[in-house]
Design a protein around this ligand. Structure first.
Ligand code: HEC
Ligand code: HEC
Length: 158
């Protein structure tokens, strides 16, 4: 009984510890992401990795991403970044109860793909979340991530 209680406490302590660690590493990550600092390439690579860009994009040269098989499928369905952001921007002025089921599915994808970690649909229009605003201020938009990661290393001096 007492020992179960104690082990429960240990479990709770471990869980709390994990939450604290997760919380602080998240804020460190956010701080790092907001700080293009001395190394834009590293920041772009971090965004690419942590925000799942690689589920659809591959790294290329010549300043442009390529596509994974999934990315090509998404492109065919007009759910790629440019198409999707354009669709979401238009949808903001349409009352939610008038969204078609296709539009509802697109909004779902916009969340599902992780876009809403930085892009926020608000009643004032498409805005940035706190993280998005930090990255915008650091000149690390989606197009910048693409450009930065797909430039030849040799000429990537900035
Ligand atoms: C679910 C798939 C998917 C994810 C996730 C995704 N993209 Fe895309 N993205 C596409 C597709 C498909 C296109 C091309 C069609 C379009 O632009 O609508 C595209 C287009 C782009 C473009 C414009 C490319 C051009 O040359 O016009 C940029 C920039 C871009 N993506 C950056 C990113 C970044 C940065 C991330 C991660 C934060 C990301 N994408 C995540 C599918 C995705
Ligand atoms: C880690 C943050 C982040 C994520 C995740 C992200 N974006 Fe972005 N994206 C930005 C920032 C910052 C900009 C610059 C916005 C600005 O300048 O107003 C941007 C710009 C863009 C642009 C270019 C818009 C323009 O007018 O030039 C497109 C298109 C875009 N994002 C689509 C997407 C889509 C679709 C997703 C999800 C697949 C996505 N983004 C995920 C941060 C992000």
């Amino acid at each position: 009984m007492t020992s179960t209680l104690r082990s429960n406490c240990n479990v709770i302590a471990a869980v709390l510890g994990a939450i604290l660690i997760a919380g602080s590493s998240l804020s460190i990550a956010n701080a790092a992401e907001g700080d293009a600092g001395s190394n834009p390439h590293r920041l772009a690579a971090k965004i690419f990795k942590e925000h799942n860009c690689g589920s659809c994009h591959t790294l290329g040269s010549k300043g442009q991403f390529g596509y994974t098989a999934h990315g090509l499928e998404i492109k065919k369905q007009s759910l790629g970044c440019v198409d999707l952001l354009t669709a979401m921007t238009k949808l903001i002025s349409v009352p939610e109860e008038r969204w078609t089921s296709e539009q509802q599915a697109q909004v779902h994808d916009f969340h599902e793909f992780g876009c809403t970690q930085c892009h926020a649909m608000t009643s004032h229009g498409m805005e940035m979340t706190e993280l998005g605003a930090k990255l915008r201020a650091a000149h690390m938009s989606c197009p910048e991530v693409e450009k930065t990661l797909n430039t030849n290393r040799s000429s990537a001096g900035e």
